[in-house]
Design a protein around this ligand. Structure first.
Ligand SMILES: Cc1cc2nc3c(=O)[nH]c(=O)nc-3n(C[C@H](O)[C@H](O)[C@H](O)COP(=O)(O)O)c2cc1C
Length: 332
C-alpha cells in the first residue's frame, strides 16, 4: 500500500487535484465523502502568505473531516517558501505540496510553478530545503517537463526523492502543452519503473472515466490517480471509480435528489465558511455540472447563478427537484 511519509493510504488511492477556485473546503469535503483518499487545497502564493494577504491566508482553512489534506504552495524564492512552510504548518495540514506545474504566464514568468522546470537544480534545492524545514511530508506536483525537447522527468523525480520528497504527482503534459492534446502516461510509468524509485508516483491528467483510472493502474502500474476536472460539480466520480475498481461495474449516476442534496450542502458549507455573499457567488460555477444534460434547464440555472440571496437559490433547488425529480441521468 502506498504511504506518504507516515500516512497510510489504500491500494490505488484517488487524490483530489489542487484546483484554483474549485478545491475549497466545501468542495473538498464533498469529494472526501464520496471517496477521495487525499485532498489538496488550491495553490497558495508563498509571496501572498508572507505578506499576510487575506486572500492567501483564507485558503489555509481546513476542516477536520477532510483529512488527510495537503496544502499546496507555489513560489520560487527560497526565503519566502521557507517562511510559508512555517505559516502553513500552523494550519496543521497532513502534507505540504509544492506546485511545480502551474503553466500560467503570471506564475511561470516569476520562475514559479512550471517555470521552475527550466531550472531543475533550483527545483531540487528548494524541495530539499523545504523538506529539511518541516516534519510534515513534502510532496511535489509537476509536469513532464518544460517542453517536448526537455523531458527529464525520470531523473528529476529521482533527484526530488533523494532530497526528501515523499510522493510525486505528475501531470502527463509539458508546460508548452498547457492543457492541449492528451496527457501522456508513458513517461509517468517510466518514473514508476525506475528501480531506484520508492516513493509513491501518482498519475494525473485526463482520468475522466472509471475505465481510465483502471488503465492507469493496470497498464501503467502507477500508485494512484490524481483527479481534477472530472470531479468538478461531480464529486461522485470518486465513488464511481472506487466501485468500478472493486466490481468492474459502473454504478448508476446520482439521482436528481442526490444532486440537489449535494448542491444544497455545498452552498450551506460555502456560506458557513465564507459568508452568504461570497458563498452564493463562488458556488455558482459548480451548478452547471451538478445539473448537466437536463433539457430546458436554462431558466432554472439562471435563477441559481443570478440570485444574490441564498434563500432564492435554495428555492430554485426545491423547484428543480419538483420539476425534474424523475429525470434519469446518463453517464457523461
Ligand atoms: C480550474 C483549474 C484550476 C487548477 N488549479 C491548479 C492549482 O491550483 N494547482 C495545481 O497544481 N494544479 C492546478 N490545476 C491543474 C490540475 O490540478 C490538474 O493537474 C489538471 O487539471 C489535469 O488533471 P485532470 O485532467 O484530471 O483535470 C488546475 C486545473 C483546473 C482545471
Amino acid at each position: 500500500m502506498p504511504k506518504i511519509g507516515d500516512i497510510e493510504l489504500p491500494d490505488f488511492p484517488l487524490l483530489l487535484a489542487p484546483m484554483e477556485d474549485v478545491s475549497d473546503p466545501p468542495f473538498r469535503a464533498l469529494c472526501k465523502e464520496q471517496g477521495a483518499d487525499v485532498v489538496y487545497t488550491e495553490f497558495i502564493s508563498s509571496e501572498g502568505l508572507i505578506r499576510d494577504a487575506a486572500k492567501s491566508v483564507m485558503k489555509l482553512d481546513i476542516y477536520e473531516k477532510e483529512r488527510p489534506v495537503g496544502i499546496q504552495i507555489f513560489g520560487a524564492n527560497l526565503e519566502s517558501m521557507l517562511q510559508s512552510v512555517e505559516i502553513v504548518e500552523k494550519s496543521k495540514p497532513d502534507i505540504i505540496d509544492i506546485n511545480f506545474g502551474c503553466p500560467v504566464k503570471k506564475v511561470v514568468s516569476k520562475g514559479a510553478g512550471a517555470g521552475i522546470l527550466k531550472d531543475i537544480d533550483l527545483m531540487v534545492s528548494l524541495t530539499e530545503a523545504m523538506a529539511k524545514h518541516t516534519k510534515l511530508p513534502i510532496t511535489v506536483k509537476t509536469r513532464l517537463g518544460w517542453d517536448e525537447d526537455s523531458i527529464k522527468i525520470v531523473e528529476v523525480a529521482e533527484r526530488l526523492q533523494d532530497v526528501g520528497c515523499k510522493a510525486i504527482a505528475i501531470h502527463g503534459r509539458t508546460r508548452a502543452q498547457m492543457y492541449k492534446g492528451s496527457a501522456k502516461w508513458e513517461p509517468i510509468a517510466e518514473v514508476k519503473n525506475n528501480p531506484r524509485m520508492h516513493i509513491p508516483v501518482f498519475g494525473n491528467g485526463d482520468v475522466d472515466s472509471p475505465e481510465a483510472a483502471v488503465r492507469m493502474r493496470d497498464e501503467y502500474g502507477l500508485d494512484g490517480a490524481m483527479i481534477g476536472r472530472a470531479s468538478i460539480g461531480y464529486p461522485w466520480f470518486f465513488k464511481e471509480v472506487k466501485q468500478y475498481i472493486k466490481t468492474g461495474i459502473r454504478i448508476a449516476p446520482p439521482t436528481m435528489t442526490e444532486r440537489v442534496q449535494a448542491a444544497r450542502r455545498h452552498l450551506e458549507m460555502a456560506i458557513d465558511w465564507k459568508g452568504e455573499k461570497l458563498g452564493v457567488f463562488e458556488t455558482r460555477r459548480h451548478y452547471t455540472n451538478y445539473f448537466k444534460g437536463i433539457p430546458n434547464f436554462k431558466e432554472y440555472r439562471m435563477k441559481m447563478v443570478t440570485s444574490d440571496d441564498a434563500v432564492d437559490v435554495f428555492a430554485a433547488f426545491d423547484e428543480v427537484l419538483e420539476k425534474f425529480g424523475d429525470y434519469e441521468f446518463e453517464h457523461a
